[in-house]
Design a protein around this ligand. Structure first.
Ligand SMILES: Nc1ncnc2c1ncn2[C@@H]1O[C@H](COP(=O)(O)OP(=O)(O)OP(=O)(O)O)[C@@H](O)[C@H]1O
Ligand SMILES: Nc1nc2c(ncn2[C@@H]2O[C@H](COP(=O)(O)O)[C@@H](O)[C@H]2O)c(=O)[nH]1
Length: 211
């Protein structure tokens, strides 16, 4: 218990707290984090995950994800390269230690966009992030958004909707998230996200000004 306490104190001294953004597929995590990173230049850094899924049109290897084979991912996991990893909708996803270290080395707020299994694993690690859940206004709206995005096959869509129902139930669990934001109006959700992160944003801005 004391070890965990001291490691949290040390990590607080080391730089800004990372941010975990979680929530059902299609809730708007990427949309919100892109908007945040556009508004705040040189404050946030994205933790680029590894995945075995195929890139979508426009996605860039090394920027949106590290797109890898299942074999490469398994080897990385066996070598202890990952803080957490999970199977989601038929593909593997994972946060490497390097992905987080790369952002933290620049003294930026590291943003992790991960599923619920990832949240559970990160809770057991020593990252001490701010946990934010992004939720859709309803299952109906979520389904519309996912269909309109046109990224999923019917099979993948159904898997994601099933995971979403589970996610929406679990996210009500007391103490799991520091904040739950319902992304109905994008502007309002963006405003709420900024408000939650204000203290960390100011910390980074202050450090950047004095360096
Ligand atoms: N507030 C909103 N109002 C209307 N549409 C939205 C809103 N937020 C996001 N969207 C749209 O919903 C779709 C899903 O959003 P997004 O891709 O950001 O979700 P996500 O949570 O990152 O999903 P995934 O976990 O699958 O990556 C996108 O087409 C996006 O443009
Ligand atoms: N546990 C982890 N989950 C991750 C990671 N990177 C992304 N994700 C989550 O996967 C789903 C699907 O993402 P998509 O890009 O295929 O739509 C979504 O909920 C992400 O949050 C990760 O490294 N670990």
């Amino acid at each position: 218990m004391y070890m965990r306490y001291f490691s949290r104190v040390l990590s607080a001294m080391a730089g800004p707290r990372p941010v975990v953004l979680s929530g059902p597929s299609g809730a708007g995590k990427s949309t919100l984090l892109k908007k945040l990173m556009k508004e705040y230049d040189s404050v946030f850094g994205f933790s680029v995950s590894h995945t075995t899924r195929n890139p979508r049109p426009g996605e860039v290897n090394g920027k949106d994800y590290h797109f890898v084979t299942r074999e490469a991912m398994q080897t990385g996991i066996e070598n202890g390269d990952f803080i957490e990893h999970a199977e989601f909708s038929g593909n593997m996803y994972g946060t490497s230690k390097a992905a987080v270290q790369d952002v933290q080395a620049k003294n930026l707020i590291c943003i992790l966009d991960i599923d619920m299994q990832g949240v559970r694993s990160i809770k057991r690690a020593d990252l001490n992030p701010i946990y934010i859940s992004i939720q859709p206004p309803s299952m109906e709206v979520l389904e519309h958004r996912l269909r309109d995005r046109k990224t999923e096959s019917e099979e993948s869509l159904q898997k994601r909707l099933h995971a979403a129902r589970v996610d929406m139930e679990i996210s009500k669990e007391q103490g799991l998230f520091d904040t739950v934001i319902v992304n109905d109006s994008l502007e309002e959700a963006h405003g709420q996200l900024k408000a939650v992160l204000l203290e960390e944003i100011q910390k980074v801005k202050k450090t950047n000004m004095s360096s």
